[in-house]
Design a protein around this ligand. Structure first.
Ligand code: R5P
Length: 300
């Protein structure tokens, strides 16, 4: 028998007949908010492990339709999500994959490498009628799923949170030109200035990062990105922006993966605050993707 049990249970709002939400352990908070937004309930699940570390779970009573919520934040979450989908085999299942690890590995650079995002996408297409992702790193990855997909963005929610900081004339920066479109969506909320950082190699060892067109001097700067993983990109940029005279530098992202001491690294670099959504549940998850996901599910 499994030797360790945790529980996720929440019942809120008037019941939506025939649909329920269920989630992996690491997406309980977002799933609960989503259930509330969909005016339905969340299924009680017992999660545990066998003595050898294998995952076990047992889901409570399901309905005709199940919204399965699980961010693949690590390999354990990946396995738990696979088991959860299998446990729900007797209902119509719609998958919400708020964060998908392995999405950045979408090409084979060397012979013998897997296309990891394809491998993950293929396993999650089984037993599922459609998939909703949130700011997936590269929308091209969606082609690897064999069921209909919808990718939503929480750029506006990030922008709305930034508004609450009441900063005077902030500058929104993306770390590179690839993330500029996302930064522009965030910036449009407050009609703020938007630019991207540009790297200039000064010597074999020295690299300078500065806004391509605008000046950071005397301004509050918010660096926005889809993912903060090690925090290395933003920590380096923050140091340079302070050298260039920025007053305050903040970091905002959708997916706060924050691996290997990233939060501490960011704070040590002078970042005033780290802002992320609840696609990865962290203490610094200051905004929720739930309402936006509920809207997408209600409008397929
Ligand atoms: C990369 O393409 C992503 O958009 C992020 O910029 C990257 O994952 C950030 O990584 P890190 O926090 O490790 O610098």
């Amino acid at each position: 028998m499994p030797n360790r049990t945790t529980r996720a249970l929440c019942r809120t709002g008037p019941r939506n007949d025939s649909m329920k939400v269920i989630s992996t352990e690491k997406s309980q908070v977002l799933a609960t908010r989503l259930a509330r937004a969909l005016k339905t309930t969340i299924v009680d699940v017992n999660y545990s492990r066998f003595p050898d570390g294998e995952h076990y779970l047992r889901a409570g009573a399901l309905d005709e339709e199940t919204i399965i919520v699980g961010s693949v934040v690590d390999n354990d979450a990946l396995v738990q999500l696979l088991l959860l989908i299998d446990a729900c085999e007797n209902s119509k299942n719609r998958l919400v994959l708020p964060y998908m690890a392995y999405a950045r590995q979408d090409k084979r650079f060397h012979p013998g490498e897997p296309i990891s995002s394809r491998a993950v996408a293929q396993v999650f297409s089984r037993g599922i009628s459609d998939i909703t992702t949130v700011n997936i790193h590269d929308k091209d990855v969606l082609r690897f799923f064999s069921v209909p997909t919808k990718n939503i963005s929480v750029a506006r929610e990030i922008g709305s949170y930034i508004k609450t900081l009441d900063l005077d004339n902030p500058l929104i920066l993306s770390p590179d030109d690839g993330a500029l479109a996302f930064a522009e969506q965030v910036g449009s909320v407050g009609r703020w200035d938007v630019d991207h950082l540009e790297k200039t190699r000064l010597s074999g060892v020295e690299v300078r990062m500065a806004p391509k067109q605008l000046c950071a001097k005397g301004r509050s700067v918010i660096i926005v990105d889809d993912i903060i993983s090690t925090g290395g990109t933003i920590a380096t940029a923050a140091g340079m922006l302070y050298t260039q005279g920025a007053d305050n530098v903040y970091a905002a992202c959708v997916h706060g993966v924050l691996t290997g001491g990233a939060y501490a690294r960011l704070m040590a670099s002078g970042i005033r605050d780290v802002i992320c959504s609840d696609t990865v549940e962290r203490a610094c998850s200051k905004l929720s993707a739930a309402d936006r996901i509920a809207h997408a599910l209600n409008n397929p």
